[in-house]
Write a protein of this length. Sequence first.
Length: 184
Amino acid sequence: MFGQIASFLIQTVLGLFAYLVLLRFLMQTCRAPFYNPLGRFVMALTDWAVRPMRRIVPGLGGLDLATLVLAWLVLVLKTLLLFALISGMASMGVALVLPLFETLRLLLHLVIFVAIVQCILSWVSPHNPFSGVFDALTRPFYGVFRRFIPPVGGIDLSPLFVIIAAQILLIVIDHVSRMALTAL
């Protein structure tokens, strides 16, 4: 019973923190505004860990690699704690590679979530304070498909194609991660 509770708490707390750090990475990469309730929330909860990481991990080509590495390290910690709790120690290869794939999965889940929320906000409440953030987060992804697929009857289908592409990438990542883990 206590093992299940500890496992649940580890997965929840570290998983949510990894999502927040990846949301910050996505917001910075897509140049989403941070001067809104969501941006301030993300900054308040992640700044204490991102700032020291930036001293160690430099950015690369406009990407804030410190936030990406931090998310991966949080997931490494989560993996090590769960393995220690459940079955002893994980091999170093598993402890480093499994979180790499999980980081990619979480990032794709964020893209799907953001696309769905942006669609709902654009229909229900286009002048919501969060609309600008979600528009900025989805614009780069939608832009890829908008070049090739025009609106049909005035409806933009690019969110649908973003979600389909993200789901396909999730399937590929799942397959590659299984192959990588069997090799370790």
